[in-house]
Design a protein around this ligand. Structure first.
Ligand code: HEC
Ligand code: HEC
Length: 310
């Protein structure tokens, strides 16, 4: 009897010790799968992959040209030296929700934490679970090439004081669950507004003109008005047209979209569920229309093209 009890104590002891020694938590497969979906919905891959240079997914190094200079995205794989392998959950959440690095430096808003700050905490942790389930890849970050004074990271601090008021997304109880889902996707994940909303001279999006288009979008592109204004926006699009575009890249006139929109679709939006694409479309049709002509109206023969109005 005594030896059996002793053996049991020993077994429990070993069991506990083994649990404690297993410092690496087993990956939570469901969290990884949810993160794989969210990383598409949030478009992280397009910016954090140097497709042109043949870089592996999420290893960074993609150049983003802006009026302030060229940004190069960092490596998001869990490599401990050159990626984010040493980051804690809290480090990751702080980066996305406050735009602050683990060593306390302020990120440039070229990283759209301005949008991601609205994401809920559970979704952020699922994104991290997905990133940490990828193979670590060694690729040292390329330094940004920015004009003075923007080359000084300290300038991000006053910028944030002026333009960044982080607040998690709050569903509107007066709206349907579908519209609220669409609002969350557009405003917290898919960052449509980071491209489709005009910016002021310091690069902050102008929320009064939300989604009304701009002639000076990322990479200098003309980005159309996607509010439901009949004359200058997408007022004459059906939700079916919108879902079809987000799934395939084809406009109602049969032409396909180019540039940043093409990438947003290919690296992310086309993988979303039918229900989520419909939610985005229904939400877009529900927001206030803004009359803002950014380019010539599309003609029967071809696309609106890059002819800017403004
Ligand atoms: C529009 C392009 C763009 C998109 C989309 C984007 N990022 Fe980034 N990200 C950047 C840039 C640029 C930086 C560098 C910012 C800086 O140096 O201040 C960055 C930095 C980061 C950092 C800090 C890394 C480090 O080493 O300090 C993390 C973490 C990050 N992004 C995660 C994400 C996640 C997760 C997503 C998707 C939810 C995402 N990013 C989407 C452009 C982007
Ligand atoms: C990286 C920048 C970027 C992001 C992010 C982005 N778009 Fe676009 N979008 C563009 C550009 C640029 C065009 C114009 C493409 C063209 O004309 O070839 C465009 C075109 C469109 C059009 C076609 C409008 C028209 O009148 O031709 C719709 C609709 C649209 N985007 C919706 C969205 C939605 C919804 C989201 C978020 C789920 C989104 N976009 C995210 C850059 C972006």
């Amino acid at each position: 009897m005594r030896s059996a009890a002793a053996a049991l104590v020993l077994l429990v002891g070993f069991g506990l010790a083994d649990t404690l020694w297993a410092a690496e938590p087993a990956p939570d497969h469901e969290a990884v799968a949810r993160g794989a979906y969210l990383i598409r919905a949030a478009g992280c891959i397009a910016c954090h992959t140097d497709k042109k240079g043949g870089g592996a997914p999420l290893t960074g190094g993609r150049a983003l040209k802006t009026p302030f200079g060229t940004f190069y995205t960092p490596n998001l794989t869990p490599d401990p030296e050159t990626g984010i392998g040493r980051w804690s959950d809290d480090d990751f959440i702080r980066a996305l929700s406050e735009g602050v690095s683990p060593d306390g430096r302020h990120y440039y808003p070229a990283f759209p934490y301005t949008t991601y700050a609205r994401m809920n905490r559970a979704d952020m942790l699922d994104l991290k679970a997905y990133l940490f389930a990828q193979a670590p890849a060694r690729r040292p970050n390329t330094p940004h090439d920015l004009m003075f004074p923007f080359s000084r990271r300290i300038t991000n601090w006053p910028w944030k004081v002026l333009f960044f008021a982080p607040a998690p997304f709050e569903p509107d109880p007066a709206q349907s669950p579908e519209i609220n889902r669409g609002a969350y996707l557009v405003n917290a994940l898919a960052h449509c507004g980071e491209c489709h909303t005009p910016r002021n001279l310091l690069g902050a999006v102008d929320n009064d003109d939300f989604l009304s288009g701009t002639t000076s979008g990322p990479e200098g592109e003309v980005v159309p008005n996607i509010t439901p204004d009949a004359a200058t926006g997408i007022g004459d699009w059906s939700t079916k047209d919108l879902v079809f575009l987000l799934r395939t890249g084809f406009l109602p006139n049969g032409n396909d979209v180019q540039g940043g929109m093409r990438e947003a679709i290919d690296d992310g939006l086309k993988f979303l569920s039918q229900a989520d694409l419909e939610a985005i479309a229904i939400y877009l049709k529900s927001i206030p229309p803004i009359d803002h002509q950014v380019r010539k109206k599309r003609t029967q023969s071809g696309q609106g093209g890059a002819t800017a109005y403004d």
